[in-house]
Design a binder for this molecule. Structure first.
Ligand code: AGP
Length: 607
């Protein structure tokens, strides 16, 4: 994901901005740049490639300014180039941005109708122009930013400076992280505490919807409702580490809330938003001739693979077998030489999954790996690596890596479906557009956290819990049950909703809560009848559905948790959020070790 930084200082900022950007290199990038107010005029230096290229250019530009912004860019809209590198400047406005503006095409058309022709392919430059137009129309910088933010759809974090205002910097966040740094007579903005660690350990983390107005003397924050708010200042003792909790109580909480940001980063690797197309590395097999493929993984990664099976079989009409890696090689699956196997692993070191990979390769299969650690053993031994860009995942319970795996699998299924002639360009654009909305919709799903926590506190008293799902949401029932059991230590089981009457319903009584995952889709009514079967036997139902589902059948549930309505294609990505939050808040309520649950390791490197 991109990294942003801003310094409103008392000494020259150019090299201080570079130092902060160096702390953000771990996020991955392909270009970088800074912009400063030099004698009241915006000056910008950018370079493609690594920071050393930017430093080389800066050595020739004698910048003495004490106010500036900086950015490391991971290409989303528009390829990795100097022209697309941030900061972007329009008139009197310079801006750096982390995230994805979904409606940038219509906003760009609005500007073109006003005779404004952006220079770059980026969504960010559009925002700079919109703010500059508002300034030209007489708005103050504060008014201009607040009005433009209302027009934007998507997830973002911004840092913005203005010609003629050398004691003002504005920041805003919706879905992508942004922190305020408190210096001595100076203030900063950064994507996280690590970026600001060289200058301060006093950090204020902004919340979604916040807009912050900085001067050297202080700052004010408006929340999403534009009310003045106070956010706590914290001392980040962990800033020296590569990863810190970012102001959250647990790594798992931070990682759940990073999902809008890292999902945007991961999808920008595989989706061309401007043209509504998917772009995947070349696969070393003839996809049209492929008769079937296998997917192998463990735990949460296995459940991601199950979702991938639904997508591949429904979209690409490709038969898929999904196995837990610890079983796969013992069933002696007949594998065709030249066939394709997919392995999924966050750590890239899981012994069972690595053994499955080697089993496939020994039988002449080509192996593609969905991994979060590109230098891992599984990545190194695969023929094709399909990276997730979740960033370091510290919590043992996998959250952001899971949803990023789903993004990669969705893109993979789309690419295979297109290659096999089952998805045309129009359908591809529809599905890419649906995926593009995921960061924003995940922000909305996370906004239900307070309600979900209340439900979780109820569930925390149970000894046994069932999770039910149908179709593509059946793997979500399994994942929800795994999340719950592995960090709260309460027995939880996931079932295909239709399977209940074949035995598990014997478990049901008023002491056994049942979590039902059911968007208002084609299978909803069938799942509701399963829900009624268990309710009739006294079970407390927690229904996770969308507004339409809640309107129709919420009354039958003990509790209803709503998820934003969305294309069924992306529902697994959204329904993962409440099941993660349920597990997390039950565990916090019970006082278990959320990040390091008993008996578990983050990466199981033994068979
Ligand atoms: C998930 O919350 C668990 N920590 C566990 O099931 C994990 O998904 C599994 O061990 C696989 O790990 P990997 O993705 O690193 O291969």
């Amino acid at each position: 994901m991109c990294g942003i930084v801003g310094i409103l200082g008392r000494e020259p900022v150019a090299m201080r901005l570079v130092e902060a950007l160096r702390r953000l290199e771990y996020r991955g990038y392909d270009s970088a740049g800074i912009a400063v107010l030099e004698n009241g005029v915006l000056k910008r230096v950018r370079a493609a490639g690594k920071l050393r290229n930017l430093v080389q250019k800066l050595s020739d530009a004698d910048l003495q300014s004490t106010i500036g912004i900086g950015h490391t860019r991971w290409a989303t809209h528009g390829g990795p180039s100097e022209a697309n590198a941030h900061p972007h400047i329009a008139g009197r406005v310079a801006i750096v941005h982390n995230g994805i503006i979904e409606n940038f095409k219509e906003l760009r058309e609005q500007l073109q109708h006003r005779g404004i022709q952006p220079e770059s392919d980026t969504d960010t430059e559009i925002v700079a122009h919109l703010i500059n137009v508002a300034l030209e129309e007489g708005a103050t910088p504060k008014e201009a930013v607040l009005s433009v933010l209302e027009e934007l759809r998507g997830a973002f974090a911004f840092a913005i400076i203005f010609e003629g205002h050398d004691n003002l910097m504005i920041g805003a966040r919706r879905g992508s992280p942004l922190a305020v740094g408190h210096g001595e007579g100076e203030m900063m903005l950064g994507s996280d505490a690590i970026a600001l660690a060289p200058f301060t350990s006093r950090i204020t983390y902004l919340e979604d919807g916040d807009v912050v107005f900085l001067t050297r003397e202080g700052f004010e924050i408006l929340d999403g409702e534009r009310r003045h708010v106070i956010r706590p200042m914290q001392f980040t003792q962990a800033a020296s580490l590569l990863v810190d909790k970012g102001g959250y109580k647990h790594f798992m909480a931070k990682e759940m809330h990073e999902q809008p940001d890292v999902l945007g980063h991961t999808m920008s690797e595989y989706l061309d938003f401007a043209n509504g197309r998917v772009r995947l590395p070349e696969l070393p097999v003839d996809l049209k001739a492929l008769g079937r493929m296998t997917i192998t993984a463990c735990g949460t990664a296995f459940y991601a693979g199950m979702v991938g099976k639904y997508w591949l079989e429904q979209l690409a009409r490709l038969p898929v077998e999904v196995d837990v890696a610890s079983e796969f090689r013992y069933r002696e699956a007949p594998l065709d030489a030249g066939g394709l196997s997919l392995v999924i692993s966050q750590s890239g070191e899981t012994a069972d999954t690595l053994a499955a990979l080697r089993y496939c390769k020994a039988r002449g299969q080509k192996v593609a790996a969905v991994v979060n650690v590109p230098e891992s053993t599984i990545a190194r031994e695969s023929d094709v690596v399909l990276r997730t860009f979740a960033g370091p995942e510290i919590g043992v319970a996998s959250t952001k890596a899971f949803t990023c795996q789903l993004v990669v699998l969705a893109a993979f299924a789309l690419a295979v479906a297109r290659e096999r002639g089952h998805v045309d360009a129009e359908r591809e654009q529809e599905l890419v557009r649906a995926l593009q909305q995921v960061p924003r919709l995940v922000v909305q799903a996370l906004e239900q956290e307070e309600k979900v926590a209340k439900v979780a506190h109820e569930l925390a008293h149970a000894s046994d819990i069932l999770y039910l799902g149908r179709g593509i949401n059946y793997p979500l029932a399994l994942e929800g049950a795994l999340k719950f059991k592995e960090i709260s230590y309460i027995h939880a089981e996931g079932y295909a909703a239709g399977e209940l009457k074949h035995g598990p319903i014997a478990l049901i009584d008023e002491k056994v809560p049942v979590v039902v995952i059911a968007p208002r889709d084609a299978l909803f009514e069938k799942t509701v009848s399963n829900m009624e079967e268990v309710a009739a036997r006294g079970a407390k139902i927690v229904l996770i559905t969308d507004e339409a589902g809640a309107m129709e059948h919420g009354a039958k549930a003990f509790e209803t948790i709503t998820v934003p309505a969305a294309d069924p294609f992306i529902s697994p990505l959204l329904y993962a959020i409440p099941v993660q939050l349920l597990a997390y808040h039950a565990a916090v309520f019970l006082g278990t070790d959320v990040d390091q649950p008993r008996n578990l390791a983050k990466s199981v490197t033994v068979e």
